[in-house]
Design a protein around this ligand. Structure first.
Ligand code: ADP
Ligand code: ZN
Length: 515
């Protein structure tokens, strides 16, 4: 058996080696048993049912909700000489009849179906087919606890029960423990074996930059894409308006860019997507509506223009880069403003507590000062023993030092300014700057005026944010971002508690290191 699978891998698909777990999954399927395949996007899930489909003497049914993808997948299979076809709402009656005939005559090895179509035909011609395997792609859609529930999926259990002796394979890239249980039950899997492949995508570098102004962010993105001429990338934005703004800006700078969001017509969206897949458009600025079901292997970078809402989404989105395994870059920008905005959104949605918790985890990740991949993977239940060496923290490990005195300077500045000013004013006072606001407030009379001259504005800003992250101060967004001292902050100010800070890394240092 193994020999045959290897031969197919090489001769049909042109690959020398299986990826982890593929072979085990294929062998189990050939034994007629059910499997649950949890692999990251780009992990190579399709191969797990495609190879058995070529070995079985009959037809394999593939259920997928991604109608836009089916055509491409089937096309790719056909170009490898495989007898495959699809059946969904996008084809004409004539084409439908053609596919039905081929299926009934045993001329197909693989048939892709949308769940809606499967339900409507499961009691008619589908009954005549010699079905040897059923693969349920995007299996998380069956669970109400998942993030993409599709009611049609709940009917699949009936189909499963009508084929008690046929192996079923559920495949997904996202399902935590409780979701997995639910999926197995909903699909009626029998003694299914769980295969989880590593979610570690070593070829993706991870970088995060916080508190960057909009102007600076756009400049950095321009520099970033200039260094990657003719490479494909995706820039994710929070709002539809944002996607258009950023795309227009980049177009104005002469870059080959288009935007994409759910407010566009189907035709517009399809065209944008096709142009991107065919490398006619290099960069897409999109909301998270973009990407689900896009099979493009050479995406070289993914930039998040705003903080994603949770780590699941973030990981799935960066996972669209580097599916071919070649080094690819990811960059996440975030602002406390994004965080505050989402927290407000979360207030009026369902699942509030869970959403808030996930958002907090997202922010903790963005602000982390230890290996980011370790944090990400441990969130998904995988624990790396070594630091990854391919994230910004690994490349520029922060040095930490006793920051008590430094914090006391800032805290006493805040106290003397009566906790009514924001970061910029505080730093200007600490650095002894001379401007109209300082004069009108007579801040040059404060004892703290100029006590932090030796530290740059940039570094002060970083320290103040660290102080906020460690709970010494709070940034009151509803009060012009005034800084308030917390009980812990008062302890530090009174010398009752010590605090450690890490040396800021200036963006210039980072660039130097990259070259
Ligand atoms: P998924 O469905 O898990 O997102 P795919 O099945 O689309 O991933 O596979 C992603 C890419 O990896 C595809 O281009 C596929 O041809 C390739 N691939 C799959 N298995 C192997 C393998 N054993 N060796 C090399 N490339 C592979
Ligand atoms: Zn790392």
């Amino acid at each position: 058996m193994t020999n045959q699978t290897n031969t197919i891998l090489k001769n049909v698909f042109g690959y020398d080696n299986f990826r982890p777990l593929q072979e085990e999954i294929i062998n189990r399927t050939l034994e007629g048993k059910d499997s649950f395949v949890l692999m990251p996007t780009g992990g190579g899930k399709s191969m797990c049912f495609q190879i058995p489909a070529l070995i079985f003497n009959g037809i394999t049914i593939v259920v997928s909700p991604l109608i836009s993808l089916m055509k491409d997948q089937v096309q790719a299979l056909k170009s490898n000489g495989i007898k495959a076809d699809f059946f969904n709402s996008s084809i004409s009656v004539e084409e439908e009849n053609n596919v039905i005939n081929k299926a009934i005559n045993g001329e197909l090895q693989l048939l892709y179906l949308s769940p809606e179509k499967l339900i409507t035909v499961s009691n008619s011609w589908l009954k005549q087919l010699n079905i040897k395997l059923v693969a349920i792609d995007e299996a998380h859609c069956v669970s109400m606890w998942g993030h993409d529930f599709r009611p049609e999926y709940t009917q699949l259990k009936i189909f499963r029960n009508s084929l008690p002796n046929v192996p079923f394979m559920a495949l997904t890239a996202t399902a935590d423990k409780s979701a997995r249980k639910d999926i197995e039950a909903q699909l009626g899997l029998r003694n299914s074996k769980l295969f989880i492949s590593s979610f570690d995508r070593k070829n993706l570098s991870i970088e995060v930059r916080g508190q960057v102004t909009k102007k600076k962010k756009l400049q950095e993105i321009i520099t970033f894409i200039k260094r990657r001429k003719n490479e494909s990338g995706i820039i994710y934005c929070l709002s539809r308006k944002n996607t258009e703004e950023v795309a227009n800006y980049l177009q104005g700078e002469g870059h080959n860019v288009a935007f994409y969001h759910a407010g566009m017509s189907n035709e517009e969206r399809e065209k944008t997507q096709t142009d991107f897949i065919n490398d006619e458009t290099k960069i897409i600025v999109a909301t998270i509506a973009f990407g689900m079901g896009i099979d493009k292997s050479n995406v070289r970078f993914v930039i998040h223009y705003n903080l994603p809402k949770n780590l699941e989404g973030y990981y799935q989105e960066i996972g669209r880069a580097g599916r071919d395994g070649l080094p690819s870059e990811t960059m996440l920008y975030y602002n406390m403003r994004d965080f505050v905005l989402y927290s407000q959104f979360a207030d009026d949605g369902a699942n509030t507590a869970m959403q808030k918790e996930k958002l907090n985890r997202m922010l903790q990740f963005a602000e982390a000062k230890s290996c980011r991949r370790k944090i990400l993977l441990s969130y998904f239940g995988e624990h790396l023993t070594e630091n990854c060496g391919n994230c910004d923290v690994c490349e520029n490990p922060p040095k930490d030092f006793d920051g008590t005195i430094l914090s006391q300077k800032a805290l006493s500045g805040i106290a003397r300014m009566k906790e009514k000013d924001g970061i910029t004013m505080l730093i200007n006072v600490l650095r002894g700057s001379n401007n109209a606001d300082i004069h009108s407030n007579q801040y040059f009379n404060l004892k703290t005026y100029g006590i932090g001259k030796e530290i740059s504005f940039f570094d002060w800003r970083d320290y103040v944010i660290q102080m906020a992250n460690q709970g010494l101060i709070e940034i009151m967004y509803a009060e012009n971002s005034a800084l308030k001292i917390t009980p812990i902050g008062w302890q530090v100010l009174k010398g009752q508690k010590k605090i450690r800070l890490t040396t800021p890394i200036s963006p210039n240092d980072k660039k130097k290191k990259q070259k």
